[in-house]
Design a protein around this ligand. Structure first.
Ligand SMILES: [Zn+2]
Ligand SMILES: [Zn+2]
Length: 116
């Protein structure tokens, strides 16, 4: 009984901190800083992203821009994770395939342009 409870807590903590591999892709998003001196990759939970989006003025630029927690510049953008090689890349910097999908800069696989 005690062991089961501990296992449940561990599973819960893992899902909250987003360290359980595949699950992380659903519960968190990756931001990439475009500041050439920084290029920090940051994990943000979807709840945090929603908070940032809500705080933004409605007329603000699209794609959504975020403050980089490392260099404190408004230079971080939401990245797309390639399902094949798990590389995080910025969709607006990626090439488009003939069918209008993104092309992963790592493995050149086609990544579906699903709206966030
Ligand atoms: Zn940065
Ligand atoms: Zn890839």
């Amino acid at each position: 009984m005690g062991v089961l409870a501990v296992a449940c807590v561990v599973a819960l903590v893992m899902s909250l901190t987003g360290r359980s591999g595949r699950q992380r892709l659903q519960s968190a998003a990756t931001l990439i800083c475009t500041n050439p001196q920084c290029l920090q990759k940051t994990e943000m939970t979807l709840a945090e992203i929603r908070t940032v989006k809500r705080a933004r003025p409605a007329h603000d630029s699209d794609p959504p821009i975020f403050e980089c927690p490392k260099c404190k510049q408004m230079t971080a953008y939401g990245a797309v994770i390639c399902p094949s090689c798990h590389l995080a890349f910025l969709p607006f910097k990626a090439r488009r395939t003939a069918s209008g999908q993104w092309e992963c800069p790592g493995c050149h696989a086609e990544v579906k342009t699903t709206a966030r």
